[in-house]
Design a protein around this ligand. Structure first.
Ligand code: SF4
Length: 444
């Protein structure tokens, strides 16, 4: 009998939420004694964690499955596209098993079935680091606080794939955050489908962390995370009134003055057709009040242009909103229909050429705003976190206003080597449309 542990290859596609799922699956497989290998050829079985959010992501997932089947032949599919098991089996009949999103046990069970352990797990040789296996660099980690979503945006099929909101008890989230920090994580990125709704499903039930009661609610969770001494960054927050409670925490330095709010549009008509949450709140007033109370606040958002029925007037309203809200970081997509989404039944399709033209005008406006906001930082001293240290000194880093992968960067000049995952004070010397340049501050 072979004594080598079976080897698993892993392909992770999709959004940060899918990445957290991948980390959990990998942690469990390592705990069970499997070896994780980086190539198809070395693997006894390959797991593909898929994304099914939009049609392009589906196509990419199907292609990745095909590639794994061809290179290895023994493939297990999991993740969002897993809900369409018939389509996967039809495209790739040789796939061994298909499981859906968050079915950690099912996918791990499938691995055990198709690549059984030939020796008992040895806790001394198969040690898993206490923080689990991270697919992100060691100094930042995603912290998933809930699954699913209670909204029904007309362009989105996530609720039908992932179900209604289920919040993790605050005590569990905090225990995980503490383990990550003990393992060296310097930045926690809080993610969910709707962070401001955290705990609604449990009626904000009180749970316990280190013997202290903590409510399963956004503000209380943030207060507690703020005691860990690391950067806490909030993603997918909707502009509900209780988000105001976060502003004092930002001013006190307990969470980063950064909010990722997926506005998607600014015209009330379009928002209504999109069935967006918090669409009726007085969003612009709220944003301006936050800015008055916390001038450093960086706001990131995403938008869709060319949604069915979007008129020139709607689009201009969107541009006006951008100017007035002075959003720091923005992503924009042209609308494309997603199979199974309610928006497909809407009339008023916007021609592709017009969508592209609006996207271009949108991005031009945003680049101007972003450049103006960044220019205001020149001459200031900021704290940055180093992502990549240069060989001869200097580094690529990020400030509080930059989430990894999606926002800008700070290029730091230093006469000595900087350390990855460490925070430094830097003096900002220059800016372009999206990034900053800085030199290391003599007082560290
Ligand atoms: S808030 Fe809307 S877009 Fe976001 S997951 Fe829920 S239904 Fe989808």
């Amino acid at each position: 009998m072979s004594t080598a542990a079976p080897k698993v290859g892993f392909v992770s596609l999709g959004c940060p939420k899918a990445l957290v799922d991948s980390e959990r699956i990998l942690t469990q497989l390592r705990t069970d004694g499997y070896q994780v290998v980086p190539t198809y050829e070395d693997a006894d079985v390959v797991v593909v964690n898929t994304c099914g959010f939009i049609d392009e992501a589906k196509a990419e997932s199907l292609e990745a499955i095909g590639e794994a089947v061809e290179a290895n032949g023994r493939v297990i599919v999991t993740g969002c596209l897993g809900v369409e098991s018939a389509a996967i089996q039809q495209a790739h009949p040789r796939v061994l098993a298909v499981t859906g999103p968050q079915q950690y046990e099912a996918v791990v069970g499938a691995v055990h079935e198709h690549a059984p352990m030939t020796r008992a797990h040895d806790p001394f040789t198969d040690l898993v680091p206490p923080q689990g296996i991270k697919l992100t660099p060691r100094h930042y980690a995603y912290l998933k606080i809930s699954e699913g979503c209670n909204h029904r945006c007309s362009f989105c099929i996530i609720p039908s794939m992932r179900g209604d909101l289920v919040s993790r008890p605050a005590g569990d989230v905090l225990a995980e955050a503490e383990r990550l920090v003990q393992a060296g994580v310097q930045e926690l990125l809080v993610i969910s489908q709707d962070t401001s709704a955290y705990g609604v499903d449990t009626r904000y039930r009180t749970s316990f962390w280190n013997g202290r009661p903590v409510k399963t609610r956004m503000t209380e969770l943030c207060e507690a995370l703020g005691t860990l001494g690391v950067w806490v960054r909030l993603h997918y927050v909707y502009p509900y009134p209780h988000v105001d409670e976060l502003i004092p925490l930002m001013n006190e330095g307990r969470v980063l003055p950064y909010l990722d709010i997926p506005f998607q549009h600014a015209s009330p008509e379009v928002l209504k057709r999109m069935r967006r949450p918090a669409a009726s709140e007085k969003t612009l007033e709220r944003v301006q009040r936050w800015r008055r109370d916390c001038p450093d606040l960086a706001i990131r958002s995403t938008f869709i242009v060319g949604f069915p029925g979007e008129t020139e007037a709607d689009f201009e309203q969107l541009l006006e909103f951008l100017e007035a809200a002075e959003l720091d970081r923005v992503g924009c997509f042209t609308y494309s229909p997603v199979e199974g989404a309610a928006a497909n039944a809407l009339d008023g399709e916007v021609p592709e050429a017009l969508k592209a033209e609006r996207l271009e005008r949108f991005m031009e406006t945003q680049a101007r705003i972003s450049a103006r906001r960044l220019q205001q930082k020149v001459g200031r001293t900021l704290e940055v976190l180093v992502d990549e240290a240069g060989v001869d000194g200097g580094a690529v880093a990020r400030s509080y206003a930059d989430a990894p992968e999606i926002d800008g960067l700070v290029y730091v000049d230093a006469p000595y080597p900087l350390e990855e995952g460490r925070r430094y004070r830097v003096d900002v010397t220059d800016a372009d449309d999206h990034d900053l340049w800085a030199s290391i501050n003599p007082d560290q």
